[in-house]
Design a protein around this ligand. Structure first.
Ligand code: ATP
Length: 271
C-alpha cells in the first residue's frame, strides 16, 4: 500500500533528519513511530505527503511515487492521505459539522468550497462519521466548545471524510489525559480495522504504542533501528532507540535508582 525507499531528508540548515529510511506498510496495518525528540518522526510523516520535501528517495502510495509528482498532481494525490494532528487543527469558530465537511474540500470546486456548499451525500456521510466517532449530538456546536478528546474525534472524522487510503497521525494524544488518550487510540485502531486502512502514528508514549499498535518502528537520529512487533520492545531495544533508560515514561533523573523499570502490560494500560 505504502512503500518508502531510501527516504532521506537534510534541511537547509544542514540537519540530517532522515537517513535512508525504507518501509513497507500493508493495508490495515497500524504502525507506531517511536523515538526520542529529534529522531525524525515528524519529518518522516511530513515527507510522506511532502509537507516537507524529501532530499532523496521514493514514496510509493499504491503505484504512484509521490516524490515525482508536480504540485498539481500532488494536490490530487494528497486527497488519498488523511492527516490527524496533535493540536487538532480545527477551525474553532465553525461548527463540528462544518469542520468534518471541510475534509471534502479537496474534492469540491473552488466556488462550492468558498460558498461552503456541499452535496447532500457528503452531509449524510458527515453525519454517519460523527455518529461513528460518538459526536452526533454535538454536530451543531462550535469546535471551540468541545473538550480535547472531542476535538480529536472531530479531527478523525474530518480525515475519514476524505475517504483516504492512508492515515498519517502526528502525536494524536499528546495534548490529552491518559484515559482520553486510550479512548482515542482505541477509536483509531477500530476505525483502521473496520476500513482496512493503514496508519502511521507518531507517538511518544511507549506503553500506549505497545498496547495499540501492531507494528513499531523505532527511529534514532533519522535511522530505523527497530522494526517489529510491540512485544519485541525489550529493555535493550528501547535503550538502543532512546539511549539509557530515557524511554522510561515515569523515569526521572532526580530520583533514579537501580530498581528495574517495568513497562506496563497491555491489560494494565487498557484498564
Ligand atoms: N524546519 C526545520 N529546519 C531545520 N531543521 C529541522 C526542521 N525541522 C526539524 N529539523 C531537525 O530535524 C531533526 C528531526 O526533527 P523532527 O521534528 O522530525 O524530530 P521528531 O522525532 O519529530 O522530534 P519531536 O519528538 O521532538 O517532535 C532535528 O534535528 C530537528 O532539529
Amino acid at each position: 500500500m505504502l512503500k518508502l525507499n531510501g527516504l532521506s531528508k537534510t534541511y537547509k540548515t544542514g540537519d540530517t533528519a532522515l537517513s535512508d529510511v525504507s518501509l513497507d506498510v500493508q493495508k490495515g496495518q497500524l504502525i507506531g513511530l517511536i523515538g526520542p525528540s529529534g529522531a525524525g518522526k515528524s519529518t518522516l510523516i511530513r515527507c510522506i505527503n511532502r509537507l516537507v520535501e524529501p532530499s532523496s528517495g521514493e514514496v510509493w502510495l499504491g503505484d504512484v511515487d509521490l516524490v515525482k509528482l508536480s504540485r498539481s498532481e500532488l494536490r490530487h494525490q494528497r486527497r488519498r492521505i488523511g492527516m490527524i494532528f496533535q493540536e487538532y487543527a480545527l477551525v474553532e469558530r465553525l461548527t463540528v459539522m462544518e469542520n468534518v465537511l471541510s475534509g471534502r474540500l479537496g474534492y469540491v470546486s473552488f466556488w462550492r468550497s468558498w460558498l461552503r456548499r456541499y452535496e447532500p451525500r457528503d452531509i449524510q456521510r458527515a453525519y454517519e462519521l460523527l455518529d461513528r466517532v460518538g459526536l452526533l449530538q454535538h454536530a451543531d456546536k462550535r469546535a471551540d466548545a468541545l473538550s480535547g478528546g472531542q476535538r480529536q474525534r472531530v479531527g478523525i472524522a474530518r480525515a475519514l471524510m476524505q475517504d483516504p487510503d492512508l492515515l498519517l497521525v502526528d502525536e494524536p494524544t499528546a495534548s490529552l489525559d491518559p484515559k482520553t488518550s486510550r479512548q482515542i487510540m482505541r477509536l483509531l485502531t477500530e476505525i483502521c480495522a473496520e476500513r482496512d486502512l493503514p496508519a502511521i502514528v507518531n507517538i511518544h508514549d511507549v506503553p500506549l504504542a505497545q498496547a495499540f499498535m501492531q507494528r513499531i518502528v523505532g527511529l534514532r537520529a533519522g535511522r530505523v533501528v527497530f522494526d517489529g512487533a510491540p512485544d519485541g520492545l525489550s529493555e535493550a531495544v528501547l535503550t538502543e532507540i532512546y539511549g539509557a533508560e530515557d524511554w522510561n515514561p515515569v523515569g526521572n533523573d532526580d530520583d533514579a535508582d537501580d530498581t528495574p523499570v517495568v513497562v506496563p502490560k497491555v491489560a494494565e494500560v487498557l484498564a
